[in-house]
Design a protein around this ligand. Structure first.
Ligand SMILES: *[C@@H]1O[C@H](CO)[C@@H](O)[C@H](O)[C@H]1NC(C)=O
Ligand SMILES: *[C@@H]1O[C@H](CO)[C@@H](O)[C@H](O)[C@H]1NC(C)=O
Ligand SMILES: *[C@@H]1O[C@H](CO)[C@@H](O)[C@H](O)[C@H]1NC(C)=O
Length: 452
């Protein structure tokens, strides 16, 4: 008995002391990911900033025009042909009007998309903050341009709909003189990190209490330059979001796919087999850019079936799907993006049971009649087989599930009637499909209760 109490006391003590994280990767990487994130599965990414004003090439416009050596000729021509000589990138900021920005309308669209979280750029590589940062004098959305706290205003509307709110933050700033000085010193000095980055990022967390920090722009310098482990230890131990905040893996050269919270690895990462660590695929409806482009062509956009397919494959592989849209500088989400998001929500309203809070099944995909992608519910009592091609006949074969003669029930989501099926040997089953309902997502879900 005495030993029993000793064990309890010791384990309680360990638990309490174990909740303080040390500023090293071993300690930080051991933090369990807050539960809401894996359950959410679907998020919306929003790239909005001064780059939305030229609306040309991508959110990297400033770099392509004036950072790259040699510069991107299309960007140089675009400026020569449309702007007066001497026009500089900061001259775009007063033209960032956001006059139609209606945070409630944006939040309505995001909610209707079926997403459970939203991630907004609070500062991209251009350094412009979409909130009144006192460390970004005259280069923030309250001093210049919209004259409005975009991060704060969108946050209120997002949270009013009980969606989770995340903020994207670029560690580096292409042309910040402090950053350039550190870079010149081979990152042996930390003027930028200590005077700009850390105070600003800390203030961002204290003001807006983001539940997700999507870090980026880390790759030119090691995490020791960025003081990433010190920042994360504060975030996980002492910040107001310590119990709920989720982070990604871009915290210094070589960190991606290795350290941090969940893994983004590369942009648009698509693993070949089930990853061992929680991950997220970020993808943009406009395949050419994350930020708004004035010269978008329909053929360059993902159509709804490709979005649904990408989402299903990602979730089947244990990932979250963060789908990006680029609003215009006047504050509109282009109607074509709005249409994609609302239609995705339509598909999820029927098939979401296979997505939200699901777990990867023991098999991720197979091709019997047509390719299917599997997920399962958390207890494993239901398995979902999503198929992304309309089969040519009414008989549908799956070879992986092991059925149980008297208990297995097969239904098509959206259709209340159980379907007729017969077992195959040594495993699998053959199902008699009903007439498939029309769905613009062109994907249907079979729910298999009580299969192994
Ligand atoms: C959202 O805002 C409305 C109107 O102000 C309010 O009635 C409602 O309680 C809010 N909901 C949440 C979840 O905050
Ligand atoms: C930075 O590194 C380069 C190449 O290794 C070297 O030539 C240069 O002297 C270094 N500069 C400083 C300030 O240490
Ligand atoms: C940055 O990290 C160094 C150790 O690498 C530490 O001494 C310093 O206190 C940190 N500064 C901040 C502001 O976190």
């Amino acid at each position: 008995m005495w030993l029993f109490y000793l064990c309890i006391t010791v384990s309680l003590a360990l638990q309490t002391s174990g909740t303080r994280y040390q500023p090293n990767w071993k300690s930080l990487d051991a933090r369990p990911l807050p539960k809401w994130y894996d359950e959410a599965k679907v998020g919306i990414f929003v790239h909005w900033g001064v780059f939305s004003v030229p609306g040309f090439r991508s959110e990297w416009f400033w770099w392509d025009w004036q950072g790259e050596n040699p510069p991107d000729q299309d960007c140089v021509d675009y400026m020569d042909e449309n702007y007066p000589p001497g026009f500089s990138y900061p001259d775009f900021a007063p033209k960032f009007h956001a006059q139609f920005f209606d945070p409630d309308y944006w939040a309505d669209i995001f909610e209707a998309s079926g997403a459970k979280y939203v991630v907004l750029t609070s500062k991209h590589h251009e350094g412009f903050t979409t909130w009144p940062s006192s460390y970004s004098w005259n280069w923030n959305s309250v001093d210049i341009g919209p004259h409005r706290d975009l991060v704060g205003d969108l946050g209120k509307a997002i949270r009013n709909r009980s969606l989770h709110y995340g903020l994207y933050n670029s560690l580096y700033e292409w042309f910040n003189p402090l950053y350039l000085a550190d870079k010149k010193n081979n990152f042996t000095t930390q003027h930028f990190v200590l005077k700009k980055l850390l105070p600003e990022l800390t203030d961002l967390v204290l003001r807006y209490k983001p539940e997700l920090i999507w870090s980026d722009g880390d790759w030119e310098a090691p995490d020791s330059y960025w003081n990433s482990t010190e920042f994360l230890a504060w975030l996980y131990n002492d910040s107001p979001v310590k119990d709920v905040v989720v982070t990604n893996d871009r915290w210094g050269a070589g960190c991606n796919c290795k350290h941090g919270g969940y893994y983004n690895c590369e942009d648009k990462y698509t693993p070949g087999e089930l990853p061992k660590h929680k991950w997220e695929k970020c993808q943009s409806v406009d395949t050419q850019s994350w930020g708004y482009r004035r010269n978008i062509r329909l053929s360059e956009l993902m159509d709804l079936p490709s979005i649904v397919q990408d989402l299903v494959k990602t979730v089947s592989m244990g990932g979250n799907y963060l789908l990006n849209v680029g609003p215009t500088s006047d504050g509109m989400i282009p109607a074509v993006f709005e249409e994609r998001l609302r239609s995705l929500g339509g598909w999820l309203s029927v098939n979401g049971e296979a997505i939200y809070a699901s777990k990867p099944w023991r098999v991720q995909t197979e091709k019997a009649t047509v390719p299917v992608w599997y997920t399962s519910n958390p207890t494993g009592s239901s398995v979902y087989a999503v198929f992304l091609t309309k089969p040519e006949s009414y008989t549908f074969q799956l070879t992986e599930p092991l059925t149980m003669e008297t208990s297995t029930v097969v239904t098509l989501l959206g259709n209340p009637n159980p379907l007729r099926w017969a077992p195959l040997h040594p495993s699998g089953l053959i199902i008699l499909l009903p007439e498939l309902p029309f769905t613009p997502g062109q994907a249907w879900t079979l729910k298999l209760d009580w299969v192994l």
